[in-house]
Ligand binder design. Structure first.
Ligand code: PLP
Length: 396
């Protein structure tokens, strides 16, 4: 079916993003995969092959999207889901059953942490959380019942870069799967499958979609694993709807060029912020001051559009800084063309106490920036005015 990009074909990532998943060209056929806005499909008898039903994830719009993402990741298969959380939850529920155990990084998106910490235990699946930067942490947490290692690269919101390579080699030795959420990097900056990760998760709501107008997720891996994630999805039901799949396919076509601008604006804004007296700390993997600068340089094709900073004066100043921004929008989420800022103490990490947040590097005054694709000079002017105004207000 796929005429333009087949697995193993030596095409660059931008070309794959545009062409993979496309159907055979025939006179009069649409160039763009249509939205198959149909819940069900004609099927008369077993000779008609696989039953198609949109909840099964095999609606043709979803299938084309799955092929595109698999090709982008350099993996065999990919399954679109109704959200990033659905991709993570379906994956973990397909890998572990009651009595099983997971080992996860303690640096995780708040709801992923809650899924592991309080929801999966209700299904008899326990998790040990580790500090992934502590020597031997993954190995020490292993038990005979351990089924998977789970982490994010880069981490939300502290932007630490865990090197998947040693975790993958330990996992191979002991027969454990590796599940990594690569949302913050996107497949344009980091192809986790090529590093041996078994299941790559994305909240496609973010960079893959790219326009803050859809909620979606995707899980990619080998045929066998993704088939079993699909079986779990059939039971729990979080398939992506055809219109969302079409929007996501549309977003992915421009992923490479958007990421080029996110990367350029990210390093530009992070470097400028580091020179500002109102900012006590900047975290960006492309800055030499970042603790994972070297490993980030080895792993990432670009350092991305996520920048975190801590403002002098703490939470009060962070509130007034956010209120003073005019161009950047104050909202949770990330990865869209517009610059968004948020304070994780109000959003992803509001379930933790100030002390717990501080312990994982998120003190009050911490502001996360998803740098968009605007002109960098305009962003800098907006940030400069808001920084100066909030510092002046704090002195009053
Ligand atoms: N993973 C990361 C790193 C995220 O930041 C988020 C959401 O912010 C998710 C997963 C969940 O994605 P979704 O909102 O699409 O369910």
């Amino acid at each position: 079916m796929n005429h333009t990009a087949k697995p193993g074909e030596p095409l660059g990532p931008s070309t794959r993003g545009v062409h993979s998943g496309a159907r055979n060209p025939s006179p009069g056929a649409p160039v763009v995969t249509p939205i198959y806005q149909s819940s069900t499909f004609f099927w008369g008898a077993p000779t008609d092959g696989e039953l198609r039903y949109t909840r099964y994830g095999n609606n043709p719009t979803l299938e084309a999207l799955g092929e595109k993402v698999a090709m982008l990741e350099g993996l065999e298969a990919a399954l679109p889901t109704s959200s990033g959380m659905a991709a993570m939850a379906m994956t973990l529920l397909s890998l572990a059953e009651s009595g099983d155990h997971l080992v996860a990084s303690k640096h995780l998106y708040g709801h992923t942490y809650a899924l592991l910490d309080s929801e999966l235990p209700r299904r008899g699946i326990s998790t040990t959380f580790v500090d992934p930067f502590e020597e031997g942490a993954w190995e020490r947490a292993l038990r005979p019942a351990t089924r998977a290692f789970v982490f994010e690269v880069p981490t939300n919101p502290t932007l630490r870069v865990i090197d998947p390579r040693p975790v993958v080699s330990l996992a191979r030795e002991v027969g454990v799967r590796v599940v990594v959420d690569g949302t913050f990097a996107s497949p344009a900056n980091l192809r986790l499958g090529e590093l041996g990760v078994d299941v790559v998760i994305h909240s496609a709501t973010k960079y893959l979609g790219g326009h803050s107008d859809l909620i979606a997720g995707v899980a990619s891996g080998c045929e066998d694993l993704i088939r079993s994630v699909r079986e779990t999805l059939k039971l729990y039901g979080p398939a992506l709807d055809p219109h969302g799949a079409w929007l996501l396919d549309r977003g992915i076509r421009t992923l490479a060029v958007r990421m080029d601008r996110h990367n350029a604006n990210g390093i530009g804004l992070a470097t400028w912020l580091e020179s500002r007296p109102e900012v006590s700390e900047v975290s960006y993997p492309g800055l030499p001051s970042h603790p994972d600068f070297l490993v980030a340089g080895e792993l990432l094709a670009g350092y991305g559009g996520m920048v975190s900073m801590v403002l002098e004066g703490g939470g009060v100043v962070a509130d007034s800084f956010c209120g003073a921004l005019r161009l950047a929008r104050v909202a949770p989420s990330l990865g869209g063309v517009e610059t968004l800022v948020c304070q994780p103490r109000y959003t992803s990490h509001r379930g933790l106490t100030p002390e717990e947040r501080e312990a994982i590097g998120i003190p009050d005054g911490f502001v996360r920036v998803s740098v968009g694709i605007e002109d960098l000079d305009d962003l800098i002017s907006d940030f400069q005015r808001a920084l100066e105004q909030s510092a002046t207000e704090a002195r009053r």
